[in-house]
Write a protein of this length. Structure first.
Length: 146
């Protein structure tokens, strides 16, 4: 059963959500950089017939890649434990489940937006976002404290 957030509860979590998203994105960038370095080294080894392999350098990039993967996984798991749904890590798009007129919908926020200002139905996705207005705020609710 998902956790339901009021707009206020989700808004209070934004600094932590933003920190975790940025950490995941940073870790993913470091992972990709280490992966590219390893691929480049492997190509050079193949082209040179395996001579003069810098094993320490390879281990270093392998360790950096593993560490970045672990950090990204931890950040994503922390977001999930909060009850936040990651919709697109590439753009930092997340949703917070809420109830609107007793129907489950999603408060929608994207990294870089100053606040949670949109919502959408479960099937509508980002393109179906609607502005949060007074009517929405008066008829939505979360479920307990977060």
């Amino acid at each position: 059963m998902p956790r339901y957030f009021s707009h206020q509860q989700a808004s209070r979590l934004l600094p932590e959500v933003e920190r975790l998203l940025r950490a995941a994105l940073n870790a993913r960038t470091r992972y990709e950089e280490a992966e590219q370095e390893l691929a480049g080294l492997q190509d050079r080894i193949r082209m040179m017939g395996g001579v003069s392999v810098d094993r320490e350098r390879i281990r270093g990039f392998g360790h950096a890649r593993e560490e970045a993967a672990r950090e990204m996984k931890e950040s994503i798991e922390s977001l999930s434990e909060l009850g936040v749904q990651i919709k697109d890590l590439n753009i930092g798009l997340v949703d917070f489940p809420t109830l609107y007129r007793e129907e489950e919908v999603l408060l929608c926020w994207r990294l870089g937006e100053p606040m949670i200002s949109h919502w959408h139905g479960l099937e509508e996705g980002f393109r179906g976002r609607k502005p949060i207005d007074a009517e929405f705020l008066d008829h939505h609710r979360g479920g307990g404290s977060h």
